[in-house]
Design a binder for this molecule. Structure first.
Ligand code: C2O
Ligand code: CU
Ligand code: CU
Length: 548
């Protein structure tokens, strides 16, 4: 959908609804959905005066580094969700936030492959939400406690009871202990809220954090560590001038849901456009797009290259040199960047044309300190000294797939072309499970995108590989004239050739992935990771069933 059309969503009307270009279908397929039926009730809230973050002086706040927590021993790690107030910028009054700790981004949890971990997720949040709940969304009724949370460890292979199923939420005053076996390779994991219909607000309020899972293969590469490894959680927010979070609404009091939006301010680890002091040497950046719906288009000022060594689910086969990186919500990138040529300078990480992070590179080391440095001299890890290749990621043979599933990505529009609903296979979340892969079987899933948006599709439980993308005739497909490809299939980009758990599905294309359903039987889910889409209703269950 075009940006201008998006921006008009404030004007959701009571007119009819259509699937893309196909009016009338919705009424037959979709029952009991959240849809305006009478005249639109306008909010009587006084309009808030919004903060324009570009008017703020950039790079006046140091990048916060989340506290590192390494759970040890038999006791579960206790993580408490609570309301906090934090300064997002030197010149902005403190902001009310919800957090998994005492800082805007929750603690950085360190894990080891094969070493199980238990986490007690304690809900000590207030009883009332401070962001606009849409009670008309599925699973969001007024009869439920208004504040509900359930933590999900995104990217982890977890038994279903500990996976943070959206309906497994609990109210303030309760807690749940989850068992994470972590029998999987090193990866950048992400814990975030997953409560049905509310996680778009709960994550916006701040309920997210990173977990780094490490293993021997990663250790053997001797990548920069300790203070030379920097977690970067990127996201965007809107603020009013008094520094409070503003989550946009449709203007309709009964149906405040909006299909997506870009926030005015870009934050990294809790600060708007911060700076970080670095040494003139190689760094490892663990980047996560933790935004509700914004895609990041990252590059270094002056086109300085960087190397991607890992994606969502761990290391690539070899470092991939990049000048530009596009990261959809929920995608992660493990990057190496070399500041050894920039001693004494300020260099910037940019999103599009905007500098969002300033690296203040310290002075060059003198000869004396360089020779005095024992093993870890800055120059020992220059890009030229990278291992040219890591252990290869073995590509899954398509011949091993026993089932191919076709899943359409659809959007319902009202008569004015406003988005009302996004779904998978024209089915809503609560309809019976239709995808039932067998344990240990390999399947190909092809996502047929009939909308005008790129949707980052995520599967719980599994890691997958991207097979290819292919443009097709959307109009013909929609009008039951069959599948007509318009071009040859395109191989994934080199930095998409590793293990993933979230894949960008561009409009007008069929995106294919291949995955083996390993680990556990039970109910899981797959969904678009644009949180507004996920909640209304671009999310579906799947169930892994016994092999027999
Ligand atoms: Cu980031 Cu359903 O997860
Ligand atoms: Cu997930
Ligand atoms: Cu989507």
């Amino acid at each position: 959908m075009s940006g201008s059309r998006r921006r008009f969503l404030q004007q959701v009307s009571a007119m009819g609804v259509a699937w893309g270009a196909r009016p009338g279908l919705l009424a037959q397929t979709m029952q009991g959905m959240a849809m305006p039926s009478g005249p639109v009730v306008r909010s009587d809230e006084p309009p808030r005066v919004m903060l324009h973050s570009l008017g703020l002086t950039p790079f006046v706040d140091a990048l916060p580094i989340p506290e590192r927590v390494t759970p040890v021993g038999p006791h579960p790690q206790r993580v408490v969700m609570r309301e906090i107030h934090a300064k997002v910028h030197r010149d902005v009054p403190p902001t009310r936030l919800w957090s998994y700790g005492s800082t805007p981004v929750g603690p950085l949890i360190e894990g080891r492959s094969g070493r199980a971990m238990r986490v007690e997720w304690v809900n000590s949040l207030p009883q009332k939400h401070f962001l606009p709940v849409d009670y008309s969304l599925h699973g969001c009724g007024r009869d439920l406690p208004e504040v509900r949370t359930v933590a999900h460890l995104h990217g982890a292979r977890v038994p279903t009871k500990d996976d943070g199923y959206p309906d497994d939420w609990y109210a303030p005053g309760n807690s749940r202990t989850c068992h994470y076996p972590l029998e999987q390779e090193s990866a950048t994991l992400w814990y975030h809220d997953h409560a049905m219909g509310l996680n778009r607000l709960n994550i916006y309020a701040g309920l997210q954090g990173m977990m780094l899972l490490r293993d021997e293969r990663e250790d053997s590469l001797h990548l920069p560590n300790g203070r030379y490894e920097i977690p970067l959680v990127l996201y965007d927010r809107n603020f009013s001038v008094d520094g409070q979070l503003y989550y946009p609404t449709s203007g309709d009091l009964e149906h405040p849901w909006v299909p997506e939006f870009d926030g005015d301010a870009i934050l990294i680890n809790g600060k708007i456009r911060p700076y970080v002091e670095v040494e003139p040497r190689l760094y490892r950046l663990r980047v996560l797009n933790g935004a509700n719906s914004r895609f990041f288009a990252l590059s270094m000022e002056k086109g300085q290259p960087f190397w991607q060594v890992g994606s969502d689910q761990g290391l690539l086969s070899a470092p991939v040199k990049l000048g530009y990186l596009n990261l959809a919500p929920a995608e992660r990138a493990d990057l190496l960047i070399d500041f050894s040529q920039a001693a004494g300078q300020h260099v910037h990480l940019k999103n599009g044309g905007l500098e969002i992070l300033q690296f203040r590179v310290g002075p060059a080391r003198t000869r004396a300190t360089r020779t005095a440095g024992v093993k870890d001299s800055g120059s020992s890890l220059l890009p030229v000294k990278f291992p040219a290749a890591f252990e290869p990621v073995v590509r899954t043979d398509v011949a091993t797939a026993t089932v191919t599933r076709t899943i359409t990505l659809d959007e319902a529009l009202n008569g004015r072309g406003d988005s009302m609903l996004m779904v998978l296979n024209r089915k809503r979340w609560m309809e019976p499970v239709t995808e039932k892969p067998k344990l240990n079987s390999t399947e190909i899933w092809e996502f047929v995108n009939l909308t005008e948006d790129t949707h980052p599709i995520h599967l719980h439980l599994v890691r997958f590989q991207v097979l290819d993308r292919r443009t097709f005739d959307v109009f013909a497909y929609r009008n039951a004239k069959g599948l007509r490809y318009l071009a040859a299939a395109m191989a994934p980009e080199p930095n998409e050739m590793g293990w993933k758990d979230t894949v960008q599905c561009p409009p007008g294309m069929i995106t294919r992935i291949i995955t083996k359903f390993e680990g556990y039987t039970g109910k899981y889910l797959y969904h678009c990771h644009i949180l507004e889409h996920e909640s209304n209703d671009m999310m579906r269950p799947f169930e892994v069933v016994d092999e027999a």
